[in-house]
Design a protein around this ligand. Structure first.
Ligand SMILES: COc1ccc(C(=O)/C=C\Nc2cc(OC)c(C(=O)O)cc2Cl)cc1
Length: 290
């Protein structure tokens, strides 16, 4: 990876780095311009040191030594898997730039032109017709990920990107933390507290990752049509988790939410994962089919 400073803009190989377009716990996402194919992309910049800490291994990375228990091997395997994912409602990883001697890892994704679906909180939530169109895309994308044995574990509006023809692509496929293979039971809190299922907040409780994604989709759908999160427990993480576990779901007076949509959201936000609506049941729900 050659880094140089052509006329003040940072250049990585054939990519000219432009504005910051995304920011999160994972790092940053920059708009980049590929001079070879004259196309813009989104480049997510990850720190290997941070990844290693998250992968639970400390100390120095052994650069390129064969067969070494290279702590980033897991991350590289995950990236290789993500490169194979191909679905219209999932962001497309096109290239990974990695210089063994450098701390940064650069993931190049196809640019999803209109960016995040909605900032929360907002006083301009989506109308139900738009939310229905968008949610159909989200359901298809999540169904594909679950089929590929990937549990997202951090579904929320900021990870839902809108492309130029209004279609939704799911982002943050988990490479910034350990791979999510569903089927295996998971434990421990992950993702964003306000969007995390109650069962993930109980210490030592093992839970099914796919059912947690359904919960997060429910919180996300609630956000899309109300502009707010359902439980905000005075802002502290413990407060949010307690509210999610104990407080009943309430809908605001305004905007008015249809009976069918309230029914669907309530079934996705069932605090008991075993009673929660499943993906195939969601696909048959009257709010999505009528
Ligand atoms: C206003 O115009 C805009 C156009 C595009 C964006 C944008 O792309 C933002 C984030 N992007 C991403 C984030 C990811 O993780 C957190 C991943 C991933 O790791 O899967 C992939 C992508 Cl692309 C923003 C504004």
């Amino acid at each position: 990876v050659s880094i140089d400073n052509k006329e003040g803009a940072l250049q990585l190989n054939q990519y000219k780095l432009l504005d910051n377009i995304g920011q999160g716990s994972y790092g940053i996402v920059k708009l980049v311009y590929n001079e070879e194919d004259e196309t813009h992309y989104a480049m997510k910049i990850l720190s290997k040191k941070k990844l290693m800490k998250k992968a639970g291994v400390f100390g120095r990375m052994i650069p390129g030594k064969k067969g070494s228990a290279n702590p980033l091997a897991k991350v590289y395997r995950e990236i290789a898997l993500l490169k194979k994912l191909d679905h219209p409602n999932v962001v497309k990883l096109v290239e990974v730039l990695d210089d063994p001697d450098e701390d940064n890892l650069y993931l190049v994704f196809e640019l999803v032109h209109r960016g995040e679906i909605l900032q929360v909180p907002t006083d301009k939530p989506l109308d139900e017709e738009t939310a229905r169109k968008n949610f159909r895309d989200i359901v298809m994308g999540v169904e594909y990920l679950h089929y590929q044995r990937i549990v997202h574990r951090d579904i929320k509006p900021s990870n839902l990107l809108v492309d130029s023809d209004g279609r939704i692509k799911i982002a943050d496929l988990g490479v910034s933390t350990e791979l999510r293979a569903c089927g295996e039971l998971l434990s421990g809190p992950t993702g964003t507290p306000a969007f995390a299922a109650p069962e993930t907040t109980m210490p030592g409780v093992h839970y099914s990752g796919t059912l947690c994604d359904i919960w997060s989709m429910g919180v996300t759908l609630y956000c899309l049509v109300t502009g707010r999160i359902p439980w905000d427990g005075t802002g502290s993480i413990i407060g949010v988790q307690a509210a999610i576990r104990n407080e009943p779901l309430k809908f605001p007076e305004k905007p008015v939410i249809s009976k069918d949509l309230r029914d669907l959201i309530s079934r996705m936000l069932n605090k008991n994962p075993l009673e929660r609506i499943t993906l195939s049941e969601i696909k048959e729900h009257i709010w999505l089919t009528n």
